[in-house]
Design a protein around this ligand. Structure first.
Ligand SMILES: C[S@@+](CC[C@H](N)C(=O)[O-])C[C@H]1O[C@@H](n2cnc3c(N)ncnc32)[C@H](O)[C@@H]1O
Length: 171
């Protein structure tokens, strides 16, 4: 089926800096596919997977791989060593140390890291994160849903800042 374009579609402001998002030790390739689609639509610059546990990638109908690169790392240390200069690694996790997303100001250069479907982010990986952010809820969300909400929060806060800066009243 041909892709339908909406003339009044909202397009995310990109703003300064860049951002990427990925999953550590994912078991389900469909979650990568769903997150990839959100990442592309929300204006992410790259995606990554670390220590993947699934065998094959489901065919991506929208061919997001043509628009946003996917980097793959076998080991966390390899990924960590390749983090862009002066970027912040932002763990997304329900954890004692995590900041509620409502209070979180997204860094200009952010690399968002989600955990595996079954066990989440291990403590040694959380220790390497510059920030850890949580979404509302007593239970975990699906990982690709969690990632999509974080990206939306970034886009929304950026749009609000842009509006406040450009509105004639200065509010
Ligand atoms: C299904 S959850 C992992 C659940 C795992 N059984 C646990 O309790 O640690 C998969 C990933 O989604 C993300 N996630 C899900 N719900 C979240 C929330 N409320 N806040 C932050 N991250 C969340 C985290 O990255 C998490 O590692």
């Amino acid at each position: 089926m041909a892709k339908k374009f909406y003339p009044n579609a909202l397009l995310p402001q990109h703003g300064r800096g860049y951002f990427g998002i990925g999953i550590y030790a994912s078991k389900v390739s469909a979650n990568i596919g769903t997150l990839w689609r959100s990442a592309d639509l929300m204006g992410a610059d790259f995606m990554f997977i670390i220590c993947r546990r699934y065998q094959t990638m489901r065919t991506d109908k929208l061919k997001n791989w043509k628009h946003i690169p996917l980097f793959e790392y076998e080991k966390f240390e390899q990924f960590r060593a390749s983090l862009p200069k002066d970027s912040r690694l932002v763990g997304i996790e329900l954890d004692e140390r995590s900041t509620p997303i409502m209070n979180y100001c997204h860094p200009e250069r952010a690399v968002y890291l989600l955990g595996a479907e079954d066990v989440g982010l291990p403590p040694e990986v959380l220790d390497c994160c510059n920030d850890v952010v949580q979404l509302p809820g007593r239970f975990s969300l699906n990982v690709s849903v969690a990632g999509s909400i974080v990206l939306y929060d970034r886009v929304l806060k950026l749009a609000q800042r842009h509006l406040a800066a450009t509105s004639p009243s200065g509010r």
